[in-house]
Write a protein that binds this ligand. Sequence first.
Ligand code: SAH
Ligand code: SF4
Ligand code: F3S
Length: 441
Amino acid sequence: MSVMKSFYLETFGCQMNVVDSEQIVGLVQSLGYSSVDSPEQANLIILNTCSIRARAERKVYGHLGRFKPLKQRRPELIIAVCGCVAQQEGQRMLEKVPYLDIVCGTHNIHRLADMVRDAELHRARHVEVDFLEADKRRRLFPERAPSAEVSRFVTVIQGCDNFCSYCIVPHVRGREVSRPSAEVLEEVRLLVEQGAREITLIGQNVNSYGCKEDDEISFASLLRKVAEVDGLERIRFMTSHPKDLSDELIDCFADLDKLCKHIHLPVQAGGDAVLKAMRRGYTRDQYLGRIERLRRVCPEIRMTSDVIVGFPGETESEFEQTMDLLERARFTEIYSFIFSARPGTSAADLPDDIPKEVKQQWFDRMLALQEEITRQYHQMDIGQVLPVLVEGSSRQGNGQLFGRTTWNRIVNFDGNPDLVGRIVPVRLTVAYRNSHLGERV
Ligand code: SAH
Ligand code: SF4
Ligand code: F3S
């Protein structure tokens, strides 16, 4: 009998799931499991899932299908699904997949170790998808597996109260709960001790941190406290909701040296009728006003955004408003999506009245416009010498290092691995689609 137990974990979705997966690793390591790269070798398989867009559930069911032969060969194999699809599907998932052992919801990760142990000992199957009340959730934050990575996430707020009409997140993550600032700071210090030099404060909407009745301080105040942590070089945050982006927070870009000059500020649409139907809580002019202030306060700031095309009822002229907004805003990058109806959200009940070809055509036009704007930024940067925080060996495996500029742009360059964790000046020489090539100066 082998005493070595191993787990295989796959993570999908957003930054919240990345942190949840680090907690999952911490928990299963405490049970004696060590990580392996393939499901074939594992005694425990975990999928941490995302349900943001169309066919998410189907993809997870399809994925699980690949593990069925493994389970047939090794009945003692434990298979678990965590994350947003687990939350959404719950009991149904256990019924549909007879070889699945554990369905663990987004508020229940702290229970995973117990569930795995029970599956080991008794072959018991578990579904735990109950939401916790705010106070309990605030206090439960399982320890993450230690890591020496230079750039780490720290959760400041969980859940979302916004209920944008297209979005599944509030349904699968529950209501907004801010973490006590002392705990956020403690975690930042801990990660810096482990080797982190850059911290990204995360939440589905970090701007509503501290906004509830019993909360203590604003997000801007929290940011200023985090900036005081010794040894921390850079701070980022995401995601920001335009309706909650305060002047106080914008001003941080002017006077907090550690704060990177980049903000991800999803606009979703450029026309007021669609923004209203999306329930975003701002108008096109208000959005443009926010970015104008950001640029006034911090002229070198760069912005990225998310856009959805083909929202039910979107007209040609509404779409043109989005195109116009992209030209005015001049984001360095956008993440664009064709609308997909998510069961349980209010937009799912709206008639999906735009022909598929039209949506695709709009999508392609938008992409072409943005690609041109993005290309202009990248060309303009060639020759510049910029501070780059070195994060590690380049993913291309060619012996180079990689790091990022304050604008979150990846730069690959030749250098000694002992530079990892340091900010060094690099001249950008060649622009590729997803990165720049540079040389150390
Ligand atoms: N909390 C963030 C992002 C959440 S999800 C925010 O408020 O902006 C990431 C992106 O997925 C969203 O910004 C949106 O552009 C996209 N998205 C979410 N639901 C979608 C849907 N039903 N169809 C298409 N895109 C969607
Ligand atoms: Fe979804 Fe809107 Fe919440 Fe973002 S703010 S997670 S888009 S509901
Ligand atoms: Fe996906 Fe859940 Fe994040 S739906 S985007 S993993 S909150």
